[in-house]
Design a protein around this ligand. Structure first.
Ligand code: SF4
Length: 304
């Protein structure tokens, strides 16, 4: 049962997080995404290798004893965690023993219109759902969803879930070259996300070798895509593929103009601005022309 728990992983966003894998034996997923880091596998609608709740709880207790001060328990799977049939019972049991540790679930959202799944997810401290595509054609091609999974159903389910959930709801969009990086697809995502109003939207690209021969997009492209979204949406560029762009010189006006279109993180500023521009940025911050805002643990800078 040792392989149920992995980590801890340290991150600025989640602090010290311990992973909980609800399918440690094999990939069990209702998607077979082209960018998946796991080997391709036949899609399923229910797990056939199912862990017992008591064993997961025992593994979590052991993990929390072995690693002190865990900030987050991240519920995930080699596949899709909402396919675990006892998710509701599991989260009840975790909530009894977690103490001050928060519980996050990472899901591909394929089951979000299922009321039982919604009821289980409502009990999590934070929910992160993927939404790579706003159209069925894209979902079928990129996420290779199980037959019968309908993107309109996913979108409707997310809206219902959001209307009931009071915790942070983060949407993750993974951009893959030529598959979902067109203006047309992003416009449709934008239109939907304006209705959903999630707490934050993370856009990223392929960071690790995927199962199929698909390509990441550059940081420049992610930046361009971030500008295609409505500036009211809290977009965070969450990709590590940032090193390809060369830093440029920005005047005070350029900096303010850029930030009025899209709030940026310190990481973005470091990548985009040369040394002198970074000093100008600091001065603007000191002079309160720019202000920091925190969106669900991520610090952005925006024009005052
Ligand atoms: S949803 Fe996640 S686990 Fe399932 S195929 Fe896609 S990337 Fe892999």
């Amino acid at each position: 049962m040792n392989n149920i728990i992995f980590g801890p992983i340290h991150s600025r966003r989640f602090g010290k997080s311990l992973g909980v894998d609800l399918s440690p034996g094999k990939k069990q997923c209702n998607f077979d995404c082209l960018y998946c880091e796991l080997d391709p596998a036949k899609t399923i609608t229910g797990q056939d290798e199912v862990l017992r709740v008591v064993d997961i709880i025992a593994a979590i207790k052991k993990g929390l004893q072995e690693h002190e001060d865990i900030d987050f328990l991240t519920i995930t799977a080699n596949g899709e965690p909402t396919l675990y049939p006892y998710l509701n019972e599991l989260i009840d049991e975790i909530n009894k023993i977690k103490g001050s540790t928060k519980v996050l679930i990472l899901s591909n959202a394929a089951n979000i219109s299922d009321v039982d799944v919604q009821n289980a997810l409502l009990k999590f401290d934070e929910v992160k759902l993927s939404l790579d595509c706003a159209t069925q054609k894209c979902l079928k091609k990129l996420d290779r969803s199980h037959s019968g999974i309908d993107v309109e159903n996913i979108k409707a389910g997310m809206l219902v879930f959001k209307s009931k959930y009071t915790g942070p709801l983060v949407i993750e969009i993974l951009i893959v070259k030529t598959l979902n990086d067109s203006k047309e697809e992003i416009d449709k995502l934008n239109e939907y996300l304006l209705k959903l109003q999630p707490t934050r939207i993370d856009i990223g690209t392929i960071d690790r070798p995927p199962a199929f021969d698909v390509q990441p997009v550059s940081y420049e492209k992610l930046l361009e895509i971030s500008h295609w979204f409505d500036s009211r949406l809290p977009i965070y560029i969450a990709s590590r593929k940032k090193a390809t762009i060369s830093a440029s010189s920005y005047s005070n006006e350029d900096i303010l103009e850029t930030l009025s279109k899209r709030p940026l993180t310190q990481e973005d500023i470091d990548v985009l601005c040369d040394k002198e521009s970074q000093i100008r940025f600091q001065k603007l911050l000191e002079n309160k022309k720019i202000k920091p805002v925190s969106i669900n643990g991520v610090k952005f800078f925006k024009k005052v």
